[in-house]
Design a protein around this ligand. Structure first.
Ligand SMILES: [Zn+2]
Ligand SMILES: [Zn+2]
Length: 342
């Protein structure tokens, strides 16, 4: 039997007293039985409070707790079952470490910030380990039943006299301490706190990109690891530049004359206004490539996409009389060419 040593000592005291009495053998049996029942009760009560680990802990198996924190936790949980923290969920679910949940933060950035990356300071609110109770959720105090001794003396009047028996205090399980919920965190072991975090948003992110900040999510419980923080990016679109992966799409308009003769126009890009040469004889809906004026490839910022410029050729709906005259001359010239070829 894994009984606490103190029990045997008191048992022997009783035994010595009893042996001096007549019918000692009979009484010895009664005491012995009573003791068995008592210790079974104690075992049961310990079992209820601490489970298998609690029995070992109360006896001699303190070393079975690989982590001293485990012991601390299970002891306080056991006490919680008695009173203060009794309403906090089932024993089974409370005995294991639980990892903290991930936290999500939606970050809105502008078009250029997404293209070139940006440093942002954000303020997040998440559960942190309570500093008052170090995450245990418990506020330990001296057991009022046993005055911190961990033992209580019970007296029983019998025909043989008054028996006194020292028992492990059932209020505190023999530790001399009881616990109530921590005032700061109301027993959860975690508190909601606001924290400012600096983020380096890499170049090339886009709407729905997610940045993971390891360990900055919600704190775990009972030694569980914290969750991660996921920053979900939302990019405000640019009114003229459209994003297509790492490429940027832009549409320009040139007159039919410029399309025929060729010209140079100013085109907005993420690097500012850039000259773009429209070659002579540019056809309708031609796409011109402005190499490396696009978006840097995420995590490969030396690689960049292109800006693709679609050329819309504008044909006038009205002509001045002078324009009309010139166009007609052009038409005659064109027909003459055609005729002379025949
Ligand atoms: Zn606390
Ligand atoms: Zn006590």
């Amino acid at each position: 039997m894994n009984l606490p040593k103190i029990k045997f000592a008191y048992f022997w005291n009783h035994l010595i007293v009893l042996c001096r009495e007549p019918n000692a053998e009979q009484h010895l049996k009664e005491i012995s039985n009573a003791y068995e029942v008592l210790s079974d009760d104690e075992k049961r009560s310990l079992n209820d409070k601490f489970g298998e680990a609690g029995l070992k802990g109360a006896g001699m198996g303190m070393g079975d707790f690989s982590n001293p924190f485990d012991l601390f936790e299970s002891l306080f949980e056991g006490m919680g079952g008695m009173g203060g923290m009794g309403s906090m969920g089932s024993r089974a679910s409370r005995s294991r470490a639980v990892d903290g949940q991930d936290e999500y933060y939606s970050l809105v950035i502008n078009f250029k910030e997404a293209v070139f990356g940006v440093e942002k300071e954000i303020e997040i609110t998440r559960l942190e380990t309570c500093g008052t109770c170090n995450g245990s959720g418990a506020k330990p105090s001296t057991c009022s039943t046993c005055g911190g001794q961990g033992q209580v003396v019970s007296s029983a009047r019998t025909p043989l006299g008054v028996f006194q028996q020292v028992m492990t205090c059932s209020s505190c399980g023999g530790t001399g301490k009881v616990s109530t919920s921590c005032n700061t965190c109301s027993g959860d072991g975690r508190v909601r706190r606001t924290k400012r975090i600096s983020l380096k948003i890499p170049a090339g992110v886009d709407t729905e990109s997610r940045l993971r900040v390891r360990g900055e999510g919600n704190a775990g419980r009972r030694g569980g690891s914290p969750g991660d923080l996921f920053v979900v990016i939302e990019v405000i679109p640019d009114p003229v530049l459209k994003r297509d992966g790492t490429n940027i799409l832009y549409t320009c308009k040139v007159s039919y004359i410029d399309a025929i003769l060729g010209t140079t126009i100013k085109v907005p890009t993420v690097d500012g206004m850039v000259d773009l040469k429209i070659p002579a004889g540019t056809q309708l809906n031609t796409t011109l490539v402005m190499a490396k004026k696009g978006v840097p490839v995420l995590n490969k910022s030396n690689m960049r996409g292109d800006q693709l410029v679609r050329v819309q050729v504008e044909i006038p709906k009205r002509l001045s009389s002078e324009e009309r005259k010139l166009i007609e001359e052009l038409a005659d010239l064109s027909k003459g060419k055609t005729a002379s070829r025949r």
